[in-house]
Structure formats: C-alpha cells, structure tokens
Design a protein around this ligand. Structure first.
Ligand SMILES: NC(=O)c1ccc[n+]([C@@H]2O[C@H](COP(=O)([O-])OP(=O)(O)OC[C@H]3O[C@@H](n4cnc5c(N)ncnc54)[C@H](O)[C@@H]3O)[C@@H](O)[C@H]2O)c1
Length: 325
C-alpha cells in the first residue's frame, strides 16, 4: 500500500521539488503551506492553505486522513530578516514547529523529517563540517533551527516519534522538467542573484569581501543540487519506515566553490557577463564552509549525483530563462 505524506512548506523551493519526487516514486503527497513565500503553481496535487501556527488548522489537517509521515520545510528563512525581527523567527520556526508536533502527536503520526541548516554550526572551526561540529549559530534564523533540533530530540525520546533533521548546505539548481525552480520574492541566494544581474534585472552583484584567506579571496560554500536534497528526503523517510529511529545528517557535496568560481560558471553557462562590484565583507560571513556528508552516505547510502558546479548552475539557468512562476 502506498505511503501518504504531508509536505509542510511544500509550495516553496526545496519542498516543491521534494513533493514532486515523492509522488514520482509512488508516495501520495498532500501539501500544506500558507503561501507566504511559496507558489500555488509549484504544487501539483492537493494543497491545504494553512499557517503552521494555527493549532486548529493543523489538527484538522493532520486528522484529515492517516499520514505515514510529515516532511517539514515551512520556515522563515532569511538571515537578515531574522536579525531585524528575531521574534518572528522564533514564533514561526520554533513556535510553529511546536504546534505541528502537538498536532502530529494528537493525530498519531509518528514520523517527521525536519529541514535544518548548516547555519546551526556558525563559523566553522574546521572543514569539512561534520555533524559533531560545535553548534554556534550566528543569527536568530540559525538559532531557531538549532532550538528546533533540540526540541525534536526531546520529543523523539519522550514521545517515541521517529524524527530526522537534515542539515542542508546551500541548496541550488532546479527540476529537470523545467516545471519547478527557485522563485523567491526576496532573493538572497548567489546563483539566482548572479543570473538576475547578468540579465540586467538588478544592479551589479556585490562581492562581499575579496580578501579572505581562500585561493581567490572570496567566500567558499557547498552548493548542493535540490534534486539530490529531494532524494535524501526519500532515503531518510524509507529508513524511518523500516524502523530507523532517526538522526541528524548533513546534506552537502563535500566540495566548496568560491563566489568567483560561481560567477565564472554562471557566465560560462549563460554566455552572459555578470556585472559585479567589490564590496566590504559582511559581518558574520565565514570564509569557508563545506560539508562532510559521510554519515548519511555510510548509514543510508545517499550520495549526491549532481556534484559538478556547472551542472547545478545549468539546471538553474534552464529555469531562469523560462520560469513558470
Ligand atoms: N534554501 C536553502 O539553501 C536552505 C538551506 C538550509 C536550510 N533551508 C531550510 O529549508 C526549508 C525550505 O527552504 P526554501 O529555500 O525552500 O524556502 P522557501 O521560503 O522557498 O519555502 C518555505 C515554504 O514554507 C512556507 N511557510 C513559511 N511560513 C509558513 C507558515 N507559518 N505556515 C505554513 N507555511 C509556511 C512558505 O510559504 C514556503 O512555501 C526552510 O526550512 C529553510 O530554512 C534552506
């Protein structure tokens, strides 16, 4: 019998790709999203429009049918907004998740997958960053993710739920069909910003810091394809359905790319020049971040398939040229 999964935040960037992959693999998917940052057009099956902070709505949703799991992407996810308005981030990301868990427990849904982030580690003390790396989030956003992970550990322990947290590094790329991609009203991610600058949709791209201790002086990040993230979600769900109690796993390629390497690849892939300006370092930007994803590789056999920066950027470019929403 096929599994039924509630994908919370499934109208957003990563959630919509994951929802699509799950349904392509025979999982029945219901999406719940308040559409504050997501897109109705990104959802192909049933959609419940609700806010995760709304206890009655979450109770109704979770009890609308027997769910085999919840995959939880819904969050406010802008570091700068979190610094300006931390209370909002604790309300939505922490409070909303507490409401979701309470509704799951009431409805007897015992499996949860949570979208965490490499921002829980703060500035790395070493790279590659493994799961045991000390947690020192540098923004209310990162702190909200770490608070939720700790909350979920208690819930797993005391309510007997199966829960995994997947700590994404920098999500990038788009669905191979061209039907789904990244479309944020407030964009902060380097690859879509670079395309927009190249297409003249926004001013020249600001390169924050050219004097870091890295080979070309710019910051290094680990860009992981959104379809590889989606595959990891399916692997983690299947493991928990087989009885795995759940864990916290990093999701990255294990390779870092600098800002200039990304901009060069954007230019190569698109055939356009990326206008750019050198700017001062941003406070709190660590020079080098890349993941060790050895744990999930060892334990679940997940390994990213799209590790070439150009391949990731080419898929984002296909979307950028003809976005559906
Ligand atoms: N994009 C990345 O590189 C990245 C990296 C690490 C972690 N994450 C995490 O992954 C998750 C998905 O990120 P994304 O880039 O797809 O973001 P996104 O903003 O595209 O998606 C989040 C979705 O949640 C929905 N949502 C927000 N608040 C809600 C609420 N109160 N009730 C119901 N729905 C609500 C939004 O409408 C949106 O559809 C987030 O939890 C984010 O923190 C993302």
């Amino acid at each position: 019998m096929s599994k039924v999964v509630l994908v919370v935040g499934g109208a957003g960037y990563i959630g919509s790709h994951c929802a699509r992959l799950l349904s392509e693999r025979g999982v029945e998917v219901v999406v719940l999203d308040d559409l504050s940052a997501g897109h109705r057009e990104a959802v192909s099956g049933p959609l419940i429009v609700a806010d995760i902070r709304d206890r009655a709505a979450m109770r109704d949703a979770l009890q609308s049918r027997p769910f085999d799991a919840v995959v939880h992407f819904a969050a406010r996810a802008l570091v700068s907004e979190s610094t300006a308005n931390p209370a909002l981030y604790f309300d939505v990301n922490v409070g909303g998740t507490a409401t979701l868990i309470a509704a799951m427990i009431e409805a007897g849904v015992d499996t949860l997958l949570f979208s965490s982030s490499c921002s829980i580690y703060g500035a790395p003390q070493y790279v590659p960053v493994d799961e045991a790396h000390p947690k020192a989030p540098m923004s209310p956003y990162g702190l909200s993710k770490w608070m939720v992970e700790q909350m979920l550990d208690e819930v797993r322990l005391r309510h007997g739920l199966r829960i995994s947290s997947l700590r994404y590094f920098n999500a990038a790329g788009a669905h191979p069909s061209g039907e789904l991609g990244e479309s944020h009203a407030v964009e902060t991610h380097l690859i879509p910003l670079a395309f927009d600058a190249a297409l003249g949709r926004r001013p020249p791209l600001q390169v924050y810091g050219r004097d870091y201790d890295t080979p070309d002086g710019t910051c290094i990040r680990d860009y992981v394809h959104v379809m590889d993230l989606a595959e990891a979600h399916l692997s983690a769900l299947e493991a928990m359905w087989r009885g795995h109690p759940g864990s916290a796993w990093n999701l990255g390629t294990g390779r870092g790319s600098s800002v200039l390497q990304v901009l060069d690849a954007v230019a190569r892939v698109s055939g356009l020049t990326v206008p750019r300006e050198d700017a001062a370092r941003r406070e709190g930007d660590p020079p080098k971040v890349w993941a060790s994803a050895a744990a999930i590789r060892r334990e679940l056999g997940w390994t990213p398939k799209h590790t070439e920066l150009e391949e990731i950027i080419a898929s984002a470019w296909r979307w950028t040229r003809a976005p559906r929403y």
